[in-house]
Design a protein around this ligand. Structure first.
Ligand SMILES: NC(=O)c1ccc[n+]([C@@H]2O[C@H](COP(=O)([O-])OP(=O)(O)OC[C@H]3O[C@@H](n4cnc5c(N)ncnc54)[C@H](OP(=O)(O)O)[C@@H]3O)[C@@H](O)[C@H]2O)c1
Length: 240
């Protein structure tokens, strides 16, 4: 899969991993559009990446998502690659109660990528060498103790991605999943982690090599240990 001259929509492209994807893909000759909520961050991105299309939208609101297709049709004539990257992680313990508007996390992490697939798939199917790239997490494969809805939404998106990859395997649409390790971004669960630009370059290079399930660093290592010693991994993870 190559990115030159492809029209790409990146959700949550103003910060962290999404912003790094926007920079790497622009350098590769793709026409990039990003969407996020904060206008200032979108404006700032326009000065960093000239020619980038920016759209302000709250993806946790289904009504707002509908406008994206029209805007992108007008600005770029549609898209070839959809990158569902925007996501958030709320940490809470159910014994202390659920956070207010907990359903927004489900709407952003799961409903929005599914709805964007529904909206854009018809045009992706009509074009040559298109792709849907869903960003999940290592927590899509195993849960942690601190963010139950995050783990639930990411594992749901993981299986949605795998299932539609099988459905679309004879079509022009490649279905790719990126399972990031800890990456140094404003919303990372812990301190430290990989530099977002280094991470984005590794991911894009693996996609160019034809990989469809991208596991890097500790996610790659843990998924191997999970298969070999599931009980040990379970015991370790429940303490994290
Ligand atoms: N960083 C990590 O260690 C890590 C590890 C595993 C998986 N991931 C996954 O990687 C993806 C990117 O994470 P990140 O750490 O790069 O996040 P980030 O730096 O916090 O960036 C999140 C982006 O999403 C946008 N966004 C948030 N809520 C939104 C909403 N309701 N509607 C539209 N846009 C919204 C934000 O812009 P606005 O706030 O302006 O809307 C921002 O552009 C997420 O799916 C995350 O779960 C990250």
């Amino acid at each position: 899969m190559h990115f030159k001259n492809k029209r790409v929509l990146i959700t949550g492209g103003t910060s962290g991993i999404g912003k790094a994807f926007a920079r790497v893909l622009s350098q590769k000759g793709a026409a990039v559009a990003v969407c996020a909520r904060r206008q200032e961050a979108l404006k700032k991105l326009q000065s960093v990446i000239p020619g980038i299309v920016t759209i302000s939208v709250d993806l946790s609101k289904k009504k707002e998502i509908a406008c994206l297709k029209k805007i992108l049709q007008k600005e770029m004539g549609g898209i070839d690659i959809l990158i569902n990257n925007a996501g958030k992680m709320a940490q809470f313990d159910v014994s202390d109660g659920f956070p207010n508007r907990y359903e927004n996390e489900i709407a952003l992490n799961l409903n929005a990528p599914v709805e964007l697939c529904r909206l854009f798939l018809p045009q992706l199917l009509k074009r040559d060498r298109t792709a849907i790239i869903n960003v999940t997490s290592g927590y899509a494969l195993w849960p942690n103790k601190t963010s139950p809805l995050y783990c639930a939404t990411k594992s749901a998106l993981h299986f949605f991605t795998k299932s539609i990859r099988w459905q679309l395997e004879n079509s022009t649409v490649k279905v790719i999943e990126v399972l990031p390790p800890l990456v140094k971004t404003p919303s990372a669960a812990k301190k430290g982690g990989m530099d977002p630009l280094v991470f984005a370059k590794k991911v894009i290079s693996q996609i160019e090599d034809g990989k469809t399930e991208i596991k890097i660093a500790e996610v790659k290592a843990l998924s191997i240990f999970m298969r070999l010693t599931p009980f040990v991994i379970d015991r370790v993870l429940r303490k994290m």
